[in-house]
Design a protein around this ligand. Structure first.
Ligand code: AHR
Length: 521
């Protein structure tokens, strides 16, 4: 009898194991969270955005003018203002991008009818009437409640022009610049937090070598003064992608390091490559996988630049400013190729989660980041069409992740299964965790696998939490998106597929989803 029982138990056990293997349940998906040993503060500014005079980002997307029938405040769309406020946008970069390299700020001040009309040579060759200029941008930041990040023109501008702009913006003393500002209706100086000394000076900003740019950057920076209590965070133009040589050249020279507080990095994920960009909405699982493989590269690229910075700046006084990132696809069929208008799907939402988790994990070095771009261009959080507006899946990820802003990063250890397509593999889960000033813990997770729910176990060490709540963003289709006739196809929902017992949180993440959890004591 005993013998039969043993055989029966063995058969049962092996069938349980076989089933578990079939279901892939034996894979260990574990995120250990050390709740009482926090790391650096996650700068709110890594949740920043970017607005450029490109396509319909500014004109139509943000600025409609005071005479517009579209509800507006001082010419700025109310629906967009409200959405950006809700998302808690910390800073906005402007006026470009490559547009900044041809921008002369005096064209965009004074009475509207007297402003210069120019050609936007970078983006579609369209006429730029400069109706949105310095005062309109600063009003936008004031209404949204975010900091200004202004990109100065090194490529085709002068030192004097840039120095005057900073004085016009921030000085409270009496001077020709401040008198001009007052004549134009702004009595008090504004506060400007971030100021970039050029954009992509290795490319559209003048095709410079890093040595030459270093010299030019020091010259410009010398004349960017801190007026009337404003303290500029000066951002030197940094590298594109893997160009470690650029970072090395700028960082190794002590004279350079004294002239900036941050150094930028631009990295876009371009599935298919620059020559054969893929579609934003029509794609298969290979494209889905490839997009995330490229997204994960952000981590490797940051590590490369950060390692160089660590050598010359071990106390981490200089920030890495990832002021352009995101997915770059083909433009929507029938739209102006120079306008870079693309739709935004659940895939982009997962891209955003991967990036924001990476930036959180590098909070010691990454101090600012700006998704390209805020409205109607590339991986936008908002799309507009005449008086209509939709919030994209990417918007909702920023809204879900805002709980990490200014929270302390927690030490985590992630072990997870791979997401495999053909013979290629990437980690199936992306994660980060933080604790905010009220002691609430937030965990952000993404399950990249479109075919499989994944259960992850999170032992929480060092502190005790009693309650959990959460939100999830997912959809039936990988390519699900919000459009003007169906604005709510992809939006977050309340999430309850978790269990917290004896300090171990178990979470069942739906296939292709982003989950953010809040744990309270
Ligand atoms: O975001 C679009 C463009 O990409 C920016 O203008 C430029 O800086 C980058 O090459």
């Amino acid at each position: 009898m005993k013998k039969y029982l043993l055989v029966f138990t063995l058969i049962l056990f092996s069938s349980v194991i076989a089933n578990a293997q079939k279901e892939n349940m034996v894979a260990v998906n574990q995120l250990v969270i050390v709740a009482n040993h926090s790391g650096p503060v996650i700068s709110k500014d890594i949740y920043g955005h970017f607005s450029e005079h490109l396509g319909t980002c500014i004109y139509g997307g943000i600025w409609v003018g005071t005479d517009s029938k579209i509800p507006n405040t001082y010419g700025i769309r109310n629906d967009v203002l409200f959405a950006l406020r809700e998302m808690k946008i910390p800073n906005l970069r402007w006026p470009g991008g490559c547009f900044a390299d041809t921008y002369h700020w005096r064209d965009g001040i004074g009475p509207q009818e007297k402003r210069a009309s120019i050609i936007n040579t970078n983006w579609g060759g369209v006429t730029e009437d400069n109706s949105f200029g310095t005062h309109e941008f600063m009003k936008l930041t004031e209404l949204v409640g975010c900091d200004a990040y202004i990109s100065g023109n090194v490529g085709s501008g002068t030192v004097r022009e840039m120095a005057d702009w900073v004085e016009y913006l921030t000085s409270g003393s009496d001077s020709p610049m401040t008198r001009l500002r007052k004549e134009n209706g702004q009595d008090q100086p504004w506060k400007v937090k971030f100021f970039a000394i050029g954009n992509e000076n290795w490319g559209c900003g003048g095709n410079m070598t890093p040595e030459f740019y270093g010299d030019v950057m020091r010259q410009f920076s010398t004349y960017l003064k801190d007026f009337s209590g404003n303290r500029l965070y000066r951002v030197a133009c940094g590298a594109s992608d893997n160009d470690l040589q650029w970072t090395e050249t700028l960082m190794k020279e002590p004279k350079n390091r004294g002239m900036f507080q941050g150094i930028s990095l631009h990295y876009y994920s371009v599935p298919g490559g620059w020559g054969r960009k893929s579609s934003a909405t029509v794609f298969d699982e290979n494209d889905w996988f490839e997009t995330f493989r490229l997204n994960y590269d952000m981590d490797r690229i940051i590590r490369g630049h950060a390692a160089i910075m660590d050598r010359y700046d071990p106390m981490k006084t200089k920030g890495l400013v990832v002021d352009e990132w995101g997915n770059w696809f083909q433009v929507e069929p029938g739209t102006n190729p120079g306008f870079l208008y693309q739709q935004n799907t659940l895939r982009d939402a997962i891209t955003a989660a991967i990036h924001l988790n990476i930036f959180n994990q590098h909070a010691d070095r990454v101090k600012v980041a700006n998704l390209a771009q805020v409205v109607n261009v590339l991986q936008s959080v908002i799309l507009t069409k005449d008086d209509k507006m939709v919030l994209t899946p990417t918007y909702y990820v920023f809204k879900m992740f805002k709980v990490h802003q200014e929270a302390q990063l927690l030490n985590t250890d992630l072990r997870c299964e791979d997401y495999v397509v053909g013979d290629r593999r990437i980690p199936a889960i992306s994660a980060s965790a933080s604790v905010d000033k009220d002691g609430k813990m937030h965990i952000s997770l993404a399950n990249l696998n479109p075919n499989k729910e994944i259960t992850i176990t999170c032992p929480v060490i060092g502190d005790t939490f009693k309650t959990v709540s959460g939100e999830v963003l997912t959809a039936k289709e990988m390519a699900a998106y919000n459009d003007f006739d169906k604005p709510e196809s992809v939006k977050p929902e309340s999430f309850s597929s978790f269990n917290l017992k004896d300090g171990i949180l178990t979470v069942k993440m739906p296939a292709k989803s982003v989950v953010v959890l809040e744990l309270k004591k």
